[in-house]
Design a binder for this molecule. Structure first.
Ligand code: ZN
Length: 343
């Protein structure tokens, strides 16, 4: 069955378009009518720079990996036509050593929506219709709004980051950098029982959002006074660097107590004069966090059951045809947190 679809593609730096495409559903997997999508930092990176890290866009690639939709047809009776689904953008191989041990986010041949890591590139889901593996479809109650459920993917990233810190119940937590992911980490840490959450950021707007997501205290990253948090080798049991900037990593190391944990979520470049001795002498565990595994299903469940409310983070929504306008608005960090596209 041939289906006409309109897709939001990037072909290079500042080169995006909405184009007509045709897909062919032959009864395998699930055909999903996409209803809504959230623009993520990596989509913006492809738009602004034509690449993410070393992965350069070399052919037209559909962007987008935070999407929800409605089942049109499926190869499994579990997914009836009309059922709302959140799409897990991860497609692990299920046969490599990491997949077999449950660490699918470390799959050696992961096919993640909207990624130029491989050639041909893995298309994303900012498109009218998409064929996906049926197990990438997480059904949710049709009463729950799409606007809300589009947060499932970034929330999964945040829950995974919190899980990387171990049991966070009763702990004192610091989050450095409260863009959408940092703020969702605040919400996830609170949901998992953190005793106190302090956030730092350069943007007053982001700090006030972090507060509405559950932060107890917010501090201006540039001019705030952190001295009390540095006393006695540090105050926080767990820090999250969601900024990736070297000054933020240094700050996290300064305020994390000896034998505490620093979870690295933000992606950044080099760290000049890396404070190696602080890491060693305070015996801090510095843990990376990348994407998610079963946390995607947890995120869908949390959103459906209102465990957390991400709506303060939604800054704007645009129809699909205004893709470029939406990207430009999302790039303006003085105004935008999460921007959604409506299909
Ligand atoms: Zn694998």
């Amino acid at each position: 069955m041939k289906i006409e679809t309109k897709s939001c593609v990037v072909t290079g730096k500042k080169d995006v378009a909405v184009i007509n495409q045709q897909i062919d559903y032959q009864g395998q997997g699930t055909l999903v009518k996409i209803t809504r999508g959230g623009i993520c930092g990596s989509d913006l990176h492809y738009y602004e720079h034509g690449q993410v890290g070393d992965f350069k866009v070399r052919e037209a690639m559909i962007l987008g990996h935070e999407v929800v939709g409605v089942v049109e047809q499926s190869d499994t009776p579990r997914l009836k036509p009309g059922q709302k689904v959140a799409l897990n953008p991860s497609k692990p191989c299920k046969t490599c050593k990491y997949c077999l041990s449950g660490d699918e986010n470390q799959c050696t041949t992961m096919k993640f929506f909207g990624s130029a890591m491989y050639f041909p590139h893995i298309n994303g889901a900012f498109t009218g219709y998409k064929i996906v593996d049926s197990d990438q479809c997480i059904a949710y109650d049709n009463q729950v709004s799409d606007q809300l459920m589009v947060f499932a993917e970034p929330l999964a990233v945040a829950i995974h980051a919190v899980n990387q810190a171990g049991d966070i119940n009763g702990k004192k937590v610091f989050v450095s950098g409260v863009g959408p992911i940092g703020s969702l980490i605040v919400a996830a840490a609170k949901a998992k029982g953190a005793a106190e959450i302090v956030c730092a950021d350069l943007s007053e707007r982001c700090l006030s959002l972090a507060k509405s997501m559950g932060a107890d205290t917010t501090i201006d990253a540039a001019n705030g006074d952190f001295s009390s948090y540095q006393e006695q080798k540090g105050y926080f049991d767990v820090s999250f660097d969601a900024s990736g900037h070297h000054t933020s990593i240094r700050r996290c190391l300064e305020v994390t107590r000896a034998r505490g944990t620093l979870v690295q979520v933000g992606m950044g470049g080099a760290v000049p004069d890396f404070p190696m001795m602080m890491l060693i002498a305070k015996e801090i565990s510095w843990v990376g966090s990348f994407r998610f595994t079963e946390e995607f299903a947890t995120a869908v469940e949390w959103l459906a059951n209102k465990v957390i409310d991400p709506m303060p983070l939604l800054s704007a929504e645009y129809p699909q045809d205004q893709f470029t306008t939406a990207l430009d608005f999302a790039l303006d960090k003085s105004k935008a947190s999460k921007v959604q596209l409506v299909f």
